[in-house]
Design a protein around this ligand. Structure first.
Ligand code: PEP
Ligand code: MN
Length: 332
């Protein structure tokens, strides 16, 4: 149940109310809300005077559900917006990992040439092996921040564990929570306590309910600026890296109110398939894309097989524009 409190209630009473119904309290300038388990459908009558409106939801997908908020939430990333009334499909691109100042400057050049706004690059990499390149860490974040100052891009980079969550929040404009960190409640809660947008990737072994409930962890801390990212799930198929769950994307569009971004690079795992898959995704009318690109993918220090070189990226990008138009979206 979601309970909207009115202006009469002070923080102390709101807290007591939330304790009484074993709920979570959001109490800030914008929202005064209590969220309880969806199994609850009532609260003590004595609190009636403080309640504006209450909503009973079918499952613990509550703040993120269309049943609660009919329209897709608007997420603002400084001067760029997705969801809401914007009709934008935001192209986010850049290398899997930032590797050097020279490499990231070349990537910035590609974005500038195409008029793109949002640069991605990982600094803390959640690698499968401890012996692989783990990322440049804080040094990388500072380089990205310099690029932002120089070019005016928005920066997205991922948080891998709670040891560096504050640094990622400080130096980026969108905080990415990777597939392997989707269940890290420390990260979910910390990113929920601030208001920069959070791009939450679906864990490759998680179902849709678990995925959206992870988003609820962030939202119920007060941060409603959450973007869902489908990046492929693990199935019995081994010829591609993962299986992009486009049926799941339809479900998310129908039942949740959060903007949806698709990452075709990690799903496919091989650059040859990324342009076709991306065209198919854009045709679904989505809020954004996350595509890995690199000046020389063969030499990339992570995810070398799936990153597009700049020529491949540019060709793909121009082919997306008419598809976007046909579904009444603007590719930005
Ligand atoms: C990434 O975006 O580079 C990444 C590691 O993605 P994922 O968490 O989806 O594996
Ligand atoms: Mn990657």
């Amino acid at each position: 149940m979601i309970i909207h409190l009115n202006k009469e209630i002070n923080k102390n009473d709101a807290y007591k109310f939330s304790e009484k119904v074993q709920g979570k309290l959001i109490f800030n300038e914008k929202d005064k809300i209590i969220i309880t388990s969806s199994k609850k459908n009532d609260y003590p009558k004595s609190y009636n005077k403080y309640v504006d409106k209450s909503f009973t939801l079918e499952s613990d997908i509550q703040l993120a559900s269309r049943q609660y908020k009919k329209h897709t939430r608007n997420v603002k990333i400084n001067n760029v917006e997705i969801g809401g009334d914007s009709d934008n499909t935001l192209m986010i691109t850049g290398p899997c990992s930032i590797e050097s100042r020279e490499q990231i400057t070349k990537c910035a050049g590609l974005l500038k040439k195409l008029g793109l706004t949002t640069l991605r690059a990982g600094c803390f990499k959640p690698r499968t092996s401890p012996y692989s390149f783990q990322g440049l860490g804080l040094k990388g974040l500072k380089m990205l921040s310099d690029i932002r100052d120089e070019y005016g891009f928005n920066i997205i980079s991922e948080v891998k564990d709670s040891s560096h969550v504050d640094d990622v929040i400080k130096y980026t404009d969108i905080i990415q929570i990777g597939a392997k960190a989707m269940y890290d409640h420390g990260i979910l809660r910390e990113t929920g306590k601030q208001d920069k947008p959070v791009l939450l990737k679906r864990g490759f072994g998680s179902n849709l309910q678990e995925f959206v409930q992870a988003a609820e962890f962030i939202m119920s801390e007060g941060n409603q600026n959450v973007i869902l990212c489908e990046r492929g799930i693990r199935t019995f198929e081994t010829k591609t890296r993962f299986t992009l769950d486009l049926c799941g994307v339809s479900y998310l569009k129908e039942y949740t109110n959060l903007p949806i971004i698709l990452d075709t690079s990690h799903a496919m795992g091989y650059s040859y398939g990324v342009p076709d898959l991306t065209r198919a995704c854009v045709a679904m009318g989505i809020d954004g894309l996350l595509i890995e690109s690199h000046p020389n993918p063969k030499l990339a220090m992570s995810d070398a097989s799936q990153q597009l070189n700049f020529e491949e990226f540019e060709n793909m990008f121009s082919s997306l524009i008419p598809i976007c138009k046909s579904v009444k979206k603007n590719l930005i």
